[in-house]
Ligand binder design. Structure first.
Ligand SMILES: Nc1nc2c(c(=O)[nH]1)N[C@H]1C(S)=C(S)[C@@H](COP(=O)(O)OP(=O)(O)OC[C@H]3O[C@@H](n4cnc5c(=O)[nH]c(N)nc54)[C@H](O)[C@@H]3O)O[C@H]1N2
Ligand SMILES: Nc1nc2c(c(=O)[nH]1)N[C@H]1C(S)=C(S)[C@@H](COP(=O)(O)OP(=O)(O)OC[C@H]3O[C@@H](n4cnc5c(=O)[nH]c(N)nc54)[C@H](O)[C@@H]3O)O[C@H]1N2
Ligand code: SF4
Ligand SMILES: [Mo]
Length: 688
């Protein structure tokens, strides 16, 4: 291996490139590179600090088996024979009772292998992944209107062409920092930026609008109603459902939407005028409007607005979601989702099933059907689900109603976690298998623009840790189902993966490690001379009729709790925090942000320790009083055990996407007197 290895960041969906400097086989320094095709050398502090967890003292370097109530180091031989002893009989009896749970943090190749392991190896329908908690609402809405779900429909650099950018619940400065340069590029050319978020988040916006959580569909609906009244509806292409959509917003009024959103009428009116007059407006959504019980419908309302104003499909205009995890895009394309086969094929589609069965050389009838979604799998643990394998996710912290989810995970007969650090979920497991970190493996990831890039191996996993792809194959062999999991090396797996996508919507079959050595490609890339597809959204769309299907959505006003909880992220922490909480370069503490008016109403003071009550549990957290949040709303980040997900609801799911309503809940505050005692972390998580 050379002393300089260029690879991609392990964290978010921007997928910045940087160089790893090696000394004695160890990465000792990270330097950004101007040659990065995504962000041109801009990285954020999480990326720069990413080295620290590679050889963290908590790094898992041996399999761990629960014996006498404690996790103890064992050999791979013991670990795998225990897996066979506990999981083999379940597979013989009823494979559906074994569940697999994957992640948008996994490379495309691992995603593909996990899906194949479930369908071909174990023959279980029970597989889903954490993208259900992330991208599922946006994906469902794009699929039902266009038959295609590729995050950004153009390269990031096209954002500069927009003259009006509406950010709906996307805290770009903190969650996708290098994207700011593209917003700045547009602003420097005269664009207006409007930030629509119950909190004032950092950024470049000239206008801040703070809606009550869960009311974004009403804003989009009102803007469309005005466009219609002003004679400015111009469909971007032939579409079905246009009249129904226009009828669905006709009853909205300025005063009604103002009352429901809490945004004053003049500001809503101004926004409608700005949108109507813009030449190339761009609507970008983050998790704010998407992680709602009506998240799919809300995204449809944003799509309808972008489409009927004539801007959908234009570079730098229209609508797009901003993908979150490092491989959040590729992670939703290749088969770890409950209803999916590689290449964005569908498990319930007869032709897709036949194609993949033929590719894998198995009878079509042996492929299982569509299984439960993520949260439904967790809630079925201990009843319909007896054993589970989790890779790349930490639901003990990140799942909604986490206390209930931990209870369900503990009720499993056998929980296997593949991780490289002892996450809170790993600490609940019966068997922990030490996997590979980003710098220790080859693979590809697909970023928020649908751009496929190489992750390169720079060093070898420590101790007995193995590369994740090998572990997945080991599990198949352990239960005597390894026939289709014999790969001579990683390249053999990667080549099979690229070929498996051929003919699918997300077609990567024109790729090879050699092509990716020097170039990146936006999918589809259907053959070896193909240069990729920067703009995939054009008519005829990939729907049954070729027309866009515009979906009218209910313009209902959500019930408002006295104190509404919303949740999300901070710049200095990443996800469930397994990595970032251990990183001395990344600071941050859990707290509940509320407005001074809310504090007065509930008799709370700054820094005061409070017991906050959610539907299934409670959390003791300090109060942070800030004017940068709308009154009546509380914000809690979810990066710590004992934080946001102790307070979110476990069973409020969007009916279309099965996305949990992470961003709207009810909270009750109980001020505590014994502050010092109350802020002690819960003993369950004493390792952190
Ligand atoms: N630093 C950091 N960066 C990350 C991550 C991380 O954990 N840390 N995670 C990555 C991942 S997986 C993802 S998915 C992305 C997420 O990136 P974002 O979507 O930007 O992140 P969130 O903080 O979840 O939510 C964005 C905003 O939505 C607002 N919001 C809450 N409710 C509503 C609502 O009802 N309407 C509107 N309009 N806004 C609302 C919140 O106040 C918040 O500021 O970030 C990625 N990047
Ligand atoms: N309240 C609230 N909850 C939320 C959200 C919210 O906004 N509010 N956002 C949701 C969203 S958008 C997301 S994406 C989820 C994320 O939450 P999780 O699904 O828990 O994802 P991570 O925290 O990234 O967990 C990754 C785990 O896998 C490990 N890991 C990372 N990469 C790899 C790998 O390549 N191989 C292996 N073997 N292990 C790996 C890490 O060490 C860590 O323990 O949280 C969701 N939960
Ligand atoms: S923006 Fe995302 S990909 Fe880039 S360095 Fe930061 S975390 Fe990594
Ligand atoms: Mo996410």
């Amino acid at each position: 291996m050379s002393n300089l290895v260029r690879t991609t960041c392990p964290y978010c969906a921007v997928q910045c490139n940087f160089d790893l400097h090696l000394e004695g086989g160890m990465a000792v320094r990270i330097t950004p590179t101007r040659e990065c095709p995504v962000a041109g050398g801009t990285v954020c502090k999480k990326g720069l600090a990413a080295l620290s967890d590679l050889r963290h003292e908590d790094r898992l370097t041996t399999p761990l088996l629960r014996m006498g109530g404690e996790l103890r180091p064992v050999s791979w031989e013991v670990a795998l024979s225990m897996f066979a002893a506990r999981v083999g009989p379940i597979l013989d009896r009823d494979p559906a009772r074994l569940a697999l749970f994957g992640s948008g943090a996994l490379t495309n190749e691992k995603t593909y292998l996990l899906g194949k392991l479930a369908r071909v190896g174990f023959r279980t329908p029970s597989i889903d992944y954490n993208g259900r908690f992330c991208m599922s609402s946006a994906a469902a809405a794009m699929n039902r209107s266009f038959g295609l779900d590729r995050g950004l429909g153009f390269p990031l650099s096209d954002i500069a062409r927009s003259d009006l950018i509406l950010l709906f619940g996307a805290n770009v400065a903190e969650t996708l920092p290098p994207v700011m340069q593209f917003l700045k590029g547009a602003k420097d050319r005269g664009a207006q930026i409007v930030n629509i978020d119950p909190r004032v988040t950092p950024g470049l916006a000239q206008t801040q609008l703070a809606p009550y959580p869960g009311t974004d569909h009403l804003i989009a609906g009102l803007l469309l109603k005005f466009l219609n009244e002003w004679g400015r509806v111009r469909p971007s292409a032939p579409a079905e459902g246009m009249q129904e959509v226009l009828a669905s917003v006709a009853g909205l009024t300025l005063s009604g939407v103002s009352g429901a959103t809490g945004i004053d009428e003049a500001a809503l009116w101004k926004l409608a005028r700005q949108y109507a007059q813009a030449h190339r407006p761009l609507i970008l959504s983050g998790r704010g409007p998407e992680q709602q019980v009506n998240g799919t419908d809300t995204v449809s309302a944003l799509i309808n607005l972008a489409f009927l104003s004539g801007h959908f499909g234009r570079p730098g205009g229209g609508y797009s979601t901003l993908t979150g995890q490092g491989n959040g895009q590729g992670g939703r394309e290749h088969g770890q989702k409950n209803d999916q086969l590689p290449g964005y094929r569908h498990l319930a589609n007869a032709a897709d099933r036949a194609h993949m069965a033929d590719f894998w050389g198995v009878p079509e009838a042996s492929l299982p059907g569509v299984g439960k979604s993520a949260q439904e799998l967790f809630l079925a643990c201990g009843s319909e689900i007896e054993a589970m394998i989790i890779i790349g996710s930490n639901p003990a912290v990140s799942a909604p109603g986490a206390a209930l989810v931990r209870e369900r995970l503990a009720a499993l007969d056998f929980l296997v976690v593949i991780d490289f650090l002892p996450s809170e979920t790993a600490l609940l497991a019966d068997l922990v298998l030490p996997g590979s970190m980003w710098a220790e493996e080859e693979g590809t990831t697909t970023n928020l623009e649908g751009r496929i890039q190489r992750r390169r191996k720079a060093m070898t996993a420590p101790g007995l840790a193995r590369e994740d792809w090998q572990i997945l194959c080991d599990l198949a062999h352990a239960v005597g189902r390894g026939e289709k999991f014999r790969y001579a090396d990683f390249t053999t797996l990667q080549t099979e993966f690229f070929a498996a996508t051929k003919g699918g919507k997300a077609d990567y079959s024109g790729l090879s490690a050699e092509r990716l050595e020097t170039q990146t490609f936006q999918w589809p890339v259907p053959h070896a001379e193909h240069v990729g597809t920067p703009q995939p959204y054009f008519a005829p769309y990939q729907t049954a009729t070729g027309q866009a299907n515009l979906i009218p959505v209910a313009m209902t006003v959500p019930a408002r709790a006295p104190l509404t909880l919303t949740t999300g992220r901070i710049a200095n922490q990443y996800q469930s925090g397994t990595q970032s909480r251990r990183n001395p370069g990344l600071k941050g503490v859990p707290e509940v942000q509320i407005h001074p008016d809310t504090a007065r109403l509930h008799g709370l003071s700054h820094g005061q320790s409070v017991r906050w009550q959610g539907p299934h549990g409670e959390a003791v957290l300090p109060t942070c009083i800030t004017p940068k949040i709308r009154p009546g709303v509380a914000f809690v980040a979810f990066h710590w055990p004992g934080s946001a997900n102790e307070l979110t609801g476990a069973d409020t799911l969007d009916p279309h996407s099965r996305m949990p309503a992470f961003k709207s809940g009810a909270l009750t505050a109980h001020p505590l007197l014994e502050v010092a005692a109350a802020v002690q972390p819960s003993p369950v998580f004493a390792t952190d």
